[in-house]
Every structure is written in C-alpha cells, then in structure tokens.
Design a protein around this ligand. Structure first.
Ligand SMILES: Cc1ncc(COP(=O)(O)O)c(C=O)c1O
Length: 395
C-alpha cells in the first residue's frame, strides 16, 4: 500500500549526491579501490584543544539541557565575534546556537517565509537551499551567476530577478560549490538594493574562514550600521574548525528573528548538544592557529590541483577564491551517451572508480564538483585517473 506522505515532503527530492555515494559503496564492498572527491568536510581532525574542551565538559557533567538558544558564554562569544568583525555592536540576544548551520538556515526560513514568499538563490547553489525553502512554504527562485565572472554574484542579477514577493536573497560567500567570493563593490550594491527594496540578505558564511589570499570576506554591513536590520548571518563551526560531527552552528540577526527561531527550535531539537557547545566555545575564543594552518593547506592543494584539472581534455575551471571545492566545466565531455553531468559522474565511478558530485545537484548541469578536502596523494591519483578516462571520451 502506498504510504500517505505529506505534500510537503513530496516536494523535496533525495540528495543527488546519494546516488554517487551508494554506487561507490557497492564498488568498495566488492574490493574496488574507490577514490572519493565527494566529501564536503575537512579531512583534518578537530584540533586537540577543542576536543579537550569537549572531554572536559563531559567530565564536569555538563550533560544536561541548556537554554534552547545556547549557553550564555557561547552566545556572548558569537556576539563578540560579530561585534569585533563588523565594528557594530551585536548583543547576545541577537545571536543563537543551532545544531549546525543547517538548522540555523532551517529555522530562519521557517520563521520568515509565508506561502508564496520568494527566496532568490544564486546558482550554483548548495543542495539544501531550495529544499529548505520549499519545506518552509516559500518559492525558491534560482538565478544564474556567470562562469565568466568566476561565478561571483552581481547585484544587477538580483535586481532583474526581484519581485514584490522577494523576501530573502541568499548570499553564500565563499560559495559551495563554486568557491566564488562576493567582492566589496558587489556587496555594497547588494546591501543598498536590500535596503531600497526591503528584502533580507541571508549570508551563509559557513566557509568564512576559508578565503584565500587576494580575496576578502565582505558582508552587507560594509555600507554601515543601517544594513544590520536587513542582514541575517548564519555561520558554523563545521568547516572552520573541522567540527562537522559536533553539530554546532550559529545565527546573528535582529533580536525578533532570534526570538522566533528560538521558539521554533524549542519545539524541535531544543539546544545544540551541551558538550558540543563547550567545545565550540573553545573553538571561538581559543587558539586560532589551526584555522590558519588548515587554510594554508587548502590553498596549497588548490594551487596544486587547479593546473591539473585544467590540463584534462574537455575541462575548464575557474579559480576557487574560498572553500575547498573546484567546480570545473565539463560540457566538452558530454555527448549523446553521457548527456548530463550526472551521467558523466556515474560513468567516472564505473570507469576509473573516482567519486565526484555532478553539477545537477547544485542547479547547474555541465559541471562537476571536486572536493580537495582530501590528501594530496588521493588527489593526484584521482586526477590522473580522471584524466585517463577523459582521454577516452575525447577520442
Ligand atoms: C554552504 C553550506 N551551508 C551550510 C552547510 C551546513 O553545514 P553544517 O550544518 O555542518 O554547519 C553546508 C555544509 O555542507 C554548506 O556547504
């Protein structure tokens, strides 16, 4: 008998990355040496001092419910982080702690969107953005950024897509999957547009600490304190501190939104795990050397893999300015048999046992996402295999 699922969940699809992972798992089970360029998480361990803070919290018995919006020390640390970085006071009541950036975003959409409200989402986008918007009753409006611009979002693109129903514009900088970073001039224009047209700028800055030399992390507050009312920050400890499994994210936004998100969270998960919050506190206020070291390693890998990707016949690739993904254009490799990047990605698993994520998962067919959050040894071998396989397609 067919399960009577809600219309709400029937609108959302399973993660497109799951098919590739499943195929890789099957191959691995038969003893095949599969190389994985799919991961969306750092390959480093959580830094020692942060793990120790988690252990200490367990030993000290900090294992009960905390306030829904987070332990006061951590909210204060988040408020300090924003006050210091933006040069504008953020109070603890303007922050909250969530179970990863994912829950922060989920709370925000659920708290803001009425049926039919539009959320403009630049493509290529992170897979969960449109699905979360739909779950909250909103309408995702994808708009394409231009590869020739390095996928940097232009304010003009938003102006063209704006309607009376536009409630939120999503800014993911640096971007997963393109690595694009929104520059100062564009950010100024976007902030002015938000003020003029009365929509919110939701800044997903989960990769804020991973911006490479030559680029900078700029936020809408660059135009001044007046942008604070229309800016919603969603951050995370996952990527910056290699803490994906701890599940700690945070939101900084006007107090009424934080209050609404806290009520929502109070009826769903309640607080982020208590022990994780103490670890996150150490992450934010403790030694930042590991963050710099990870950035240096990712930059070295990017510099090593980019020329190799560009040498592969049929591929071109813009330079990622942040995060840890390359997003090569693979249109030159598509054909009648391999019509989409999803077909190509599946073919690469079978042909040379390398896992990639197809651009179709990010709203842009014709691209692959290659994560370099893995060792140079794996990266070199994987790219060699891909290059060999693509030679066959080119001939
Ligand atoms: C752009 C972006 N936002 C948010 C998240 C959520 O991460 P987490 O829930 O682990 O903080 C991710 C994770 O991949 C991401 O890539």
């Amino acid at each position: 008998m067919a399960m009577k699922l809600s219309e709400r969940v029937q609108q959302i699809g399973p993660s497109a990355t799951m098919a590739a992972s499943e195929r890789a798992r099957q191959l691995r089970a038969t003893g095949v040496d599969v190389l994985d360029l799919g991961p969306g998480q750092p390959d480093f361990d959580t830094p020692e001092h942060i793990r120790e803070a988690g252990v200490r919290a367990i030993r000290e018995g900090r294992t009960r419910y905390t306030a829904v919006a987070g332990i006061p020390e951590l909210r204060e640390a988040v408020a300090d982080l924003y006050s210091h970085r933006e040069g504008i006071i953020y109070r603890p009541e303007e922050t909250m702690i969530t179970c990863g950036g994912k829950q922060g975003l989920f709370n925000i959409f659920a708290a803001l969107l009425n049926p039919g409200d539009e959320v403009i989402i630049p493509t290529p986008y992170w897979v969960s953005f449109p699905e979360q918007v739909k779950l909250a009753g909103g309408v995702p409006v994808p708009v394409d950024t231009d590869e020739a611009d390095g996928f940097e979002l232009r304010a003009e693109t938003i102006l063209d897509a704006c309607t009376e129903r536009t409630k939120v514009v999503l800014l993911n900088t640096p971007s997963n999957p393109s690595g694009a970073v929104i520059g100062r001039d564009e950010m100024q224009d976007l902030a002015r547009l938000a003020l003029e047209r009365d929509f919110y700028l939701l800044v997903d800055e989960c990769y804020a600490s991973l911006v490479y030399e030559g680029s900078e992390h700029v936020t809408p507050l660059v135009v001044g304190p007046e942008a604070k009312d229309v800016t919603i920050f969603c951050g995370s400890c996952s990527k910056s501190y290699a803490m994906t499994g701890w599940r700690v994210g945070y939101v900084a936004a006007p107090a009424p939104l934080i209050k609404a998100c806290s009520s929502l969270q109070g009826h769903s998960t309640s607080n982020a795990a208590s022990v994780s919050q103490y670890a996150a506190l150490e992450a934010l206020v403790g030694d930042q050397t590991p963050v710099r070291q990870m950035l240096t390693t990712f930059a070295e890998r990017r510099d090593a893999v980019l020329p190799r990707i560009r040498e592969i016949s049929g591929m071109t690739c813009v330079e990622p300015r942040g995060a840890f993904y390359a997003f090569p254009n693979v249109n030159g490799l598509l054909s009648e048999d391999l019509a989409t990047s999803a077909d190509l990605s599946a073919w690469l698993i079978d042909e040379c046992h390398v896992v990639t994520v197809p651009g179709t998962a990010f709203g842009r067919d014709g691209y692959l996402r290659l994560s370099y959050a893995t060792s140079m040894t794996v990266l070199e071998e994987a790219l060699e295999r891909i290059a060999g396989a693509c030679e066959k397609l080119a001939t």
